[in-house]
Design a protein around this ligand. Sequence first.
Ligand code: HEM
Length: 555
Amino acid sequence: MFDALLLPDGLSDLHISLRLALVLLSATAVYYVALSIQQRIKDSKLLPLPPGPTGLPFIGNLLDILKEVGLGSQHLLFEKWARQYGELYKVKVGPFTQYMVNTDQAVKAIFDKPAAVSANRPRWIVSNEHICNQWNLLLVNGDLPRWKHQRKVIASNVGSIPKADAAVPLLDYESLKFLHEVSNNITVQQTSQRLWKAMMRYTYSAFTSQMFGLDIPDSSNEAIHYIHETGTAQIIGTLPGSYIVDIFPVLERLPMALKPWAREGSARFKRDVDWCTERMRRIQHMDPNEKGVLVKESLLSKTLEDHKNLGFETKEEGAYLCLMLTIGAADTSQVSTWGFLEAMLRYPDIQSKAQGILDEALGDRLPTWDDYERIPYIRCLVKETWRWRPPVGLGHPHVTTDDIVYNNMRIPKGSRVHLNGWALGHDPARHKDPDSFLPERYESDHTSALQSINSADVNKRDHFAFGAGRRICPGYNVAERSLALAIMRMLWAFDVKPSPHAKFPLTSLDWRGTFPGLPGPDMPITMVPRSQEKVRLIGEALKNADTERVPMQPM
Ligand code: HEM
């Protein structure tokens, strides 16, 4: 019965191998043709994805986008395309294709539901692999054990409600210092660049205190520049086309001598680790009596005091995470608060209304975080600020690890998907009169950031400022406390008014910042104390806070 398998006379081993190879090759070819037919049959049932704007060969829509970047209005271009092409469109930015996700239902279907499938990041050779040595959770893939571990550390030590509540005393203190600096210095009150710097000190210090247990006492502290510059270099490295090796990854195979990006990136990583380690040593060697409770509560102290260093492979990685979290938290919080001031500048009636509500609820008492629950209008202001001026307006890209089919359209495995945050917040189908700042639109929404993000009905989500899916910002509970407190205290203490050289009508594009759609330091505002009594109360409150708290060492 095995005769058929016997070799006919005259067939050499070579012939047999050739025949076998031929059979294998044909089988593979048949297999791939079958697969491709199957995919085509599948695809034929799907609608073609809206093609998106037409672009030039190879560079795609890069020129259109760069032109708008020059004008500071790239978010408006992506918004315009969303209105033109609908829920989902693709755009070519040089050699990269980006899928822009423009409706809440599409966000749910692409980011939330298949969360594990849309949790990776693009490959950023310079930014992720060299500058950050794959230690920065914002840049690494979602299936990396380090990402999972760092998210766990953040959830249990920084991001949960109890931990966010534990950070309120730091926010209290730093916001008080900000009020004090502004209310006592007429030059700061009247110069928007000085106000910007004072606000930067405030948000940077709030987060270095929380992460490192070290604060930033004044705006000239070198740490502000260092942190800002480090974060900027990392983000620039993620922009399409910043580094040639991200376009042609094969270049990464060159010897080190021919890879300046790798040498410079690794040197930067070493510099950053040294910077963090120096601060770690200071905390390690601090006299225990000098360590106030807030220092002990910092993420760095907890990492050092835990006998397993919170599970980090090295203490240095823990210290580095403190820097990454400060980078993620400080600028976004600063520009959120600055965006709120833009609203107050342009909507004086809303400012007066909010001040009236606060005055009625508090009299002349300084607002605290506990007042947030008691004064629903403040929640409306917080939500409206993040809808109107989302700090990450074009989303941070996720990469898919499998095909995703949405509304009969297929996003192939390996695609870059962006939550088009600005377009979503300004979608007239979602928000009536979307370009106006109207906190009243949230009057019947009493949800916290946490509740809204977890709302089963995506249509009820307040906004998408924190992203979506598995990579959603882990700091939203802290961010909500930070913005709410800043809003209450600034409204209580100051009138926001146009500066004498403001050009009318006020147009955001005249004072654009580096975050798309958000105002920068040239926004023509002044902050005038509402009364001398308030200035006195601020001084008294800061004096009491200084006596009660063990001073922190500066960064
Ligand atoms: C106004 C405040 C903030 C805004 C608007 C904001 C927004 C965002 C956005 C849009 C993302 C990307 C989400 C995605 O990929 O879908 C993100 C990621 C992140 N944010 Fe925030 N954020 C804020 C504050 C904070 C704070 C206070 C912290 C820490 C205490 C923080 C830590 C992070 C980290 C670590 C990531 C990376 C998460 C990952 O890739 O897994 N952020 N944030």
